[in-house]
Design a protein. Structure first.
Length: 207
């Protein structure tokens, strides 16, 4: 996955709570196991009407928010059913960070695994960031993961917490498989020694 270091981008304000995974990517689009191509269906029922026409009132159908890389929302973003397609759709659209007071647990975990940074900040601060975002394309927000700060357009820095292991993975662009492969030499040595010591045991190599 792509590393996340520092991001300066347009943020889309979504002053809604309980944006569930079915709103993020409706169930009818879950037939694929590919991670690409889902961005066109992101927030489908909010972005488009029954005839497939854009709803002009929805934020991602407005300039400059069509190219947003950050979403700012209210409580419990990503709640509802478990579906990894939700972060896949966000990432395919171009979203790399979601800021909200709280998240659905499974969505929160899946986001890190797919290169999206979910940031928990108090509701009052999220509202301030939404007000900043409403100023348009010139009011960009910066997220510095190494320093763990969100930087408002006026220069104010807001600290956020993140698990050190997940921070390391994002900064280095490695998912769980990538982290395992970093130890391939030691794993190979173990397998060789195991075969020599226990030749009658089936090999786990390639399992």
């Amino acid at each position: 996955m792509d590393a996340f270091t520092t991001l300066t981008a347009v943020a889309a304000p979504m002053p809604m709570a309980n944006i569930d995974t079915d709103k993020v990517i409706p169930a009818r689009f879950l037939k694929t196991i590919k991670r690409s191509g889902l961005g066109v269906h992101l927030f489908d029922t909010l972005r488009f009407d029954a005839d497939g026409r854009e709803r002009p009132e929805f934020i991602l159908n407005q300039e400059p928010y069509r190219k947003s890389e950050v979403i700012i929302a209210h409580e419990n973003f990503g709640c509802g059913s478990s579906r990894e397609h939700a972060p896949w759709a966000l990432l395919d659209f171009g979203i790399r960070c979601v800021i909200a007071p709280s998240f659905g647990d499974i969505f929160y975990n899946n986001s890190f695994k797919n290169g999206i940074l979910p940031i928990r900040l108090p509701r009052a601060i999220c509202d301030q960031l939404m007000d900043d975002a409403k100023l348009g394309g010139n009011a960009r927000v910066t997220i510095d993961l190494a320093r763990q700060v969100v930087i408002r357009p006026n220069g104010e820095e807001i600290h956020f917490d993140v698990d050190p292991f997940r921070k390391h993975a994002l900064l280095n662009g490695v998912d769980e498989i990538g982290q395992t492969l970093q130890h391939r030499t030691r794993i190979g040595s173990y397998e060789t020694a195991r075969r020599q010591a226990l030749p009658w045991m089936p090999s786990t190599e390639g399992a």
